[in-house]
Write a protein that binds this ligand. Structure first.
Ligand code: PMP
Ligand code: GLN
Length: 409
């Protein structure tokens, strides 16, 4: 069994979950404090369903990276790394930013290594947002954003992304900025919708952030998973460099989600504040994995092109199956998630369907409303997210199973 599929035990609701800010983490009407990913993975395990819910690949990343971690352990890289990460990986992150985007963060003072992007997001928000501040995100938003904004005491303000293309309305974006907007937390490519924001949208965010004196925290963990469109790091746009922290992770690019190696880069003053917080979250992150990921980041361009091409094919296999099952499919330009509207099958409550789907047809998915506050949850109430980072034959089998759904409802 994949370790991510161990049965979870219920947790007590955390304090932020009792507030409206973290309400998206609560199972509506229930008191379980588990994330939707854990809830759906548990259901998948209990029913033996194909797990297209929680996003993790079913094939491990490059053998040479895994071998490098083994070698690092054998060579004695087993004690605390420096708080900001080992120099070899900070240099590799800087070289990666230069190679792909022409950015040149200083590995000595403008890059830190984190325990996954999750810690980078948490440390950056806790460093830069406090009670009285507003943090702006698009909605739907990745689950940890609501939780950490809640913990920071800031107010979470959202701008909707609506089907079919999940692009923001730029007037609504402008209207959401206030004098209190301290942080704009971007996610591009975007989970759960699969949207990839074009430079014009990103530039508008930068211009508004400059006008209102906000900083930008940009979660770009899916930077290499785009299909036919280029990823633009917001930090590369005019006016963005001095106010942007960019976050990424080895989990998605190298199919090593369990290693939890992440990183962030940005101007020295913004990064230094994040580092201060990181000291008291984890202090430092896994030493042998860091040197292995440094080798991964140095892989040739062909590796990066290959992962996107393979995933695009998987997207198409699953999308075809979802269409054949009777859903409206919103083709993603990035990430490894595809969203569907279930209403053509007469469904109005995706959360209810997601809870029944594993038993009904043997496939697990994630309901999109859990990535939203109340109004957004209404808007997205019939949407489901499926992960396609799985072997082709697994996706084909999922399609066969989903084709039986209409007759079982
Ligand atoms: N941000 C987004 C948008 C994600 O989808 C994920 C999930 N993998 C993360 C952050 C967390 O990344 P990590 O596993 O590196 O902590
Ligand atoms: N990022 C993964 C997803 O969106 C899940 C990670 C997690 O379980 N927290 O599916």
């Amino acid at each position: 069994m994949h370790p991510a599929q161990e049965l979870s035990t219920p947790l007590a609701p955390a304090p932020w979950q009792r507030t409206a800010l973290g309400a998206n983490l609560l199972s509506p009407g229930g008191s379980l404090g588990v994330t939707i990913f854990e809830e759906m993975t548990t259901l998948a395990v209990q029913t033996g369903a194909i797990n297209l819910g929680q996003g993790f690949p079913d094939e491990d990343g490059p053998a040479e990276i895994r071998e490098a971690a083994r070698a690092a352990i054998a060579a004695g890289a087993n004690q605390y790394a420096p708080g900001k990460g080992i120099l070899e990986l900070r240099e590799a992150v800087a070289a990666h930013q230069e190679r792909f985007y022409g950015l040149a963060p200083d590995p000595a003072s403008e890059v830190i290594i984190t325990t996954g992007a999750t810690e980078g997001i948490a440390a950056a928000l806790l460093a830069h947002a406090r009670p009285g501040d507003e943090v702006l995100t698009f909605e739907p938003f990745y689950d940890s954003y609501g939780a950490i904004i809640g913990l920071s005491g800031a107010t979470h303000v959202t701008v909707p992304l609506t089907a079919p293309d999940f692009m923001p309305d730029l007037d609504a974006l402008e209207a959401a900025f206030t004098a209190q907007t301290r942080v704009v937390l971007l996610n591009n490519p975007h989970n759960p919708t699969g949207a990839v924001f074009p430079p014009a949208v990103l530039q508008r965010v930068v211009d508004l952030a400059a006008k209102y004196g906000s900083i930008i925290i940009s979660d770009e963990v899916y930077e290499h998973l785009t299909f036919g469109v280029a990823h633009t790091p917001v930090a590369s746009l005019p006016g963005a460099g001095e106010r942007t922290i960019t976050i990424s992770s080895a989990g998605k690019t190298f199919s090593l989600t369990g290693w939890k190696v992440g990183w962030l880069s940005g101007p020295e003053d913004l990064v230094a504040a994040v580092r201060t917080v990181k000291q008291f979250l984890t202090y430092s992150s896994g030493t042998p994995f860091q040197s292995a990921i440094a080798k991964g980041l140095a892989l040739p361009d062909a590796f990066y092109e290959g992962i996107a091409a393979a995933l695009e094919q998987k997207r198409d296999i699953l999308s075809q199956g979802l269409r054949a099952a009777g859903f409206d499919v919103f083709t993603p330009q990035g990430t490894y998630f595809v969203n569907v509207d279930t209403s053509p099958l007469g469904i109005t409550d995706a959360l209810d369907l997601a809870r029944r789907l594993p038993a009904l047809v043997g496939v697990a998915a994630i309901p999109v409303p859990v990535f939203c506050h109340e109004e957004g949850a209404q808007r997205t109430r019939s949407l489901l997210r499926f992960a396609f980072c799985k072997k082709d034959d697994v996706l084909e089998e999922a399609a066969v199973r989903l084709a039986t759904l209409r007759g079982r409802l």
